[in-house]
Design a protein around this ligand. Structure first.
Ligand code: TLP
Length: 359
């Protein structure tokens, strides 16, 4: 039988642990649309407590948590300022405009981290013919820029200055616990100035499903209605929230392992012929590298790796993303580095010296 592939496509691929499955089987449940599911209520109280907020809402996915927050903060026909490669813009099926009716105003950056200097310039002056700026959205860690982390002082400054300008700030904190590990800070302190935060239980924290939105009580009340409008009222979802509670309590404690594994893998990959990657820029559990010098597109590079038992995803034509997580340990990442190294040596001997043609 073929060996199980080393799956580094995403930290979303993690399977629930034995403890999660047991908690799920034994979960006390009720109808959450009546707000009567004790397990969901417990999960929401804990999330609010950990983030130092009045309230929290359990939602099916990070995408829905972001979309609900966008709708709750704005009206159709307004603008949202976000980074050019923000997940809400690139990977959420254009829900920002298709569903929320908003116009994204994009800021290009080197590393996913915007400054107030850049944002302030993009705010529309109030004029009757101009769609008003209604919201600023940050992403921490920034997925498509390689899991980069906002220095807390920069995030705080953006929030303070936005508030002075009368604008709310939402955080797509899908992987905010990874950022907290990198910074050695608490998520509560890091995110206290944001008007709303969405974070995922189903990524590095290891739950099979679910995200949370945290904020003020009135904001979360509004979010609950919007969740219902979008069809996200989940009834006896305590069966999955039970795994979410374990993810929330236990998941953050082991994220440093994924981040050490990512650093190790990045250092190994950076040594290989044809790979462009600066391991010093790998801060959390996401590694993005350029394979152009191998002469292969990211798609062809990844197809060759699938045959050899390593899975990743393309970011664009030249870039590949690998993500470490709890279902791949140090031995797994060592093996992935070995397999990728062997493949690159194989193609470099097949290619005439100096050529960058695809093999
Ligand atoms: N990211 C997924 C893919 O969609 C790319 C992944 O594998 O990384 N915000 C950020 C920053 C995300 O990375 C993701 C998922 C989401 C939002 C959406 O979360 P889900 O998948 O739960 O809707």
């Amino acid at each position: 039988m073929a060996e199980k592939p080393i799956d580094l496509r995403s930290d979303t691929v993690t399977k629930p642990s034995a403890a999660m499955r047991k908690a799920m089987a034994e979960a006390e449940v009720g109808d959450d649309v009546f707000m009567e599911d004790p397990t969901i209520n417990r999960l929401q109280s804990r999330a609010a407590e950990i983030f130092g907020r009045e309230a929290a809402l359990y939602v099916p996915s990070g995408s829905m948590g972001n979309l609900i927050s966008l709708i709750a903060h704005t009206r159709p026909g307004q603008e949202v300022i976000c980074e050019e490669n923000a997940h809400i813009y690139t990977n959420e099926m254009a829900a920002i405009s298709g569903v929320a009716g908003l116009l994204p105003r994009l800021i290009p950056t080197e590393d996913g981290i915007m400054s107030w200097e850049q944002i302030g310039r993009m705010i529309r002056p109030k004029m009757y013919a101009r769609a008003p700026t209604a919201l600023i959205c940050l992403e921490n860690t920034h997925n498509l820029m390689g899991g980069t982390v906002y220095p807390t002082a920069i995030a705080h400054e953006i929030c303070d200055r936005a508030h002075e300008a009368g604008l709310p700030v939402h955080l797509d904190g899908s992987r905010v616990f990874n950022a907290a590990v990198f910074l050695g800070e608490s998520v509560g302190e890091m995110t206290k100035k944001f008007d709303s935060v969405q974070f995922c239980l189903s990524k590095g924290l290891g739950a099979p499903v679910g995200s949370m939105v945290v904020g003020s009580k009135s904001f979360i009340d509004r979010c609950r209605s919007i969740r219902k409008m979008l069809g996200g009222g989940m009834r006896q979802a305590g069966v999955i929230a039970a795994a979410g509670l374990i993810a929330l309590e236990e998941g953050p404690k082991r994220l440093h392992i994924d981040q050490e594994n990512a650093k190790f893998l990045a250092q190994e990959l950076a040594r290989l012929p044809g790979i462009r990657l600066n391991p010093a820029r790998v801060q959390t559990n996401i590694i993005i590298f350029d394979v152009q010098e191998t002469g292969l597109s990211s798609g062809d590079f990844l197809a060759a790796l699938v045959e050899r038992g390593v899975l990743g995803v393309p970011v664009d034509r030249d870039k590949v993303r690998l993500v470490t997580h709890l279902d791949v340990d140090r031995v797994g990442v060592e093996k992935a580095a070995e397999i990728i190294g062997a493949f690159l040596r194989e193609i470099s001997t097949r290619r005439p010296t100096g050529s960058t043609r695809a093999v």
